[in-house]
Design a protein around this ligand. Structure first.
Ligand SMILES: Cc1ncc(COP(=O)(O)O)c(C=O)c1O
Length: 385
């Protein structure tokens, strides 16, 4: 009989040095993209087995690791990569930063779309590159890309690299193949390297299809850096393993040189063990987790419609992060933020952190047991009703 996982159990994370459960705050945290579910026992026992060995010296990614990653990429996303074309890094943001340094020079222009995951703008600025923003279009409760404005931003600013968020955090879009090809074509025409962050790609809603940039065609692979990781899918961020695919030999050399210049050499021992274990054993858990998250999304949608109709849930196609539109409350951006923190006592990510177009939105992480979500929604109701 199929094993049944229980996502309702609340595990106390206070006092564990969790970034999300920051000790001392009285706010209920549903902000950073970090899930409140423990890994399944079959994965934990592999990690415990490695711990029991007792020696944690320098570690390299062995053939079984590459086999597990390859098998996951082929079955889940439909692409195949040679082990030699992957570069392992401790995190995706780290990888994005290395990518920027590998393919651009100081002062070069780098394009992002906002609202977007806030470290994108930060790493561009921190690396002394010029930040160019193409705003996403929000119309009738849905986000799209103005492809004409996208091209204009590239052309007028001599953009050298574009950081794509796919699926998109925080607006929840899963870009269609047609949308991605349009982007790829423009980037190819203007010789722009695409740095595709696909970290959320295992959370795709039923009826929606994820297309990896890697599958668009060989002509779009020459100037591509593809960022993927098990860290969102299986909540392994603290174990620090991500995989960056750099298909082009010359770009890969530069990427590796920047990585080396940072002093990064060997993979985290437990991170590698955990990544291999989830890619090999984690699928049944993930399937049930996604079904549970569907229930959470339906709960939020229903709750808002019945109790706070002035707050609109932007229809999400992927990720476990929901993007709530508070424009209907008639409150200012600052008033909304004040109510969230001081009345609702919730720690959400305020929309304005995500840049242009984020004002009067809040991002809520629904990857938690239903009872926590119920508490959060009731707090929201008290603050906004
Ligand atoms: C789009 C996106 N990229 C990267 C990250 C973070 O990745 P890492 O912790 O591996 O740096 C997140 C985390 O929320 C994210 O949403």
């Amino acid at each position: 009989m199929e094993r049944k996982y229980n996502f309702n159990t609340v595990v106390n994370r206070w006092g564990t040095d969790s970034v999300k459960y920051f000790d001392g705050t009285e706010l209920l945290p549903l902000w950073v993209a970090d899930m409140d579910f423990p890994l399944p026992e079959e994965v934990l026992s592999v990690i415990k087995g490695r711990v029991d060995h007792g020696i944690f010296g320098y570690t390299r990614t062995g053939s079984s690791y590459w086999k597990a990653l390859d098998s996951w990429c082929r079955s889940e996303y439909g692409y195949k990569v040679k082990p030699s074309e992957w570069v392992t890094v401790p995190g995706i943001v780290y990888g994005l930063s290395i990518a920027i340094r590998a393919v651009t020079e100081p002062s070069d222009a780098i394009l992002i779309e906002q609202p977007v995951y806030y470290p994108f703008s930060q790493i561009v600025k921190d690396n002394n590159r010029k930040l160019i923003v193409a705003p996403l279009c929000y119309k009738d409760g849905r986000y799209t890309r103005d492809i004409g404005a996208f091209e204009k931003a590239i052309r007028e600013n001599n953009v050298k690299a574009f950081i794509l968020c796919s699926p998109h955090n925080p607006v929840g879009r899963v870009w269609t193949k047609e949308e991605l090809v349009a982007v790829a074509e423009i980037c190819r025409r203007y010789d722009v390297t695409v740095i595709a962050d696909e970290i959320h790609c295992d959370f795709i809603r039923p009826g929606i299809k994820f297309t990896s940039f890697a599958t668009l065609g060989d002509e779009y692979k020459q100037k591509l850096i593809l960022c993927t990781a098990p860290s969102k899918t299986f909540n392994l961020a603290g174990l620090q393993v991500s995989n960056i695919w750099v298909p082009d030999t010359e770009i890969r050399k530069k990427f590796k040189r920047e990585n080396r210049a940072n002093g990064y050499n060997e993979v985290n021992t437990l991170g590698m063990t955990a990544a291999e274990a989830v890619y090999t054993l984690g699928k049944p858990w993930l399937i049930q987790l996604k079904a549970y998250l569907e229930g959470n999304i339906a709960y939020v949608k229903d709750f808002l419609a019945q109790n706070i109709p002035s707050v609109y849930l932007v229809e999400s196609e992927g990720t476990y992060l929901l993007w709530l539109d508070f424009h209907g409350t008639g409150l200012s951006n600052q008033e909304i933020k004040d109510r969230i923190e001081n009345k609702a006592k919730l720690w959400l990510d305020h929309g304005d952190m995500f840049g242009e177009g984020g004002e009067c939105f809040e991002r809520i992480n629904i990857a938690c047991p239903r009872s926590i979500l119920e508490q959060a929604m009731n707090r929201l109701k008290r603050a906004f009703k």
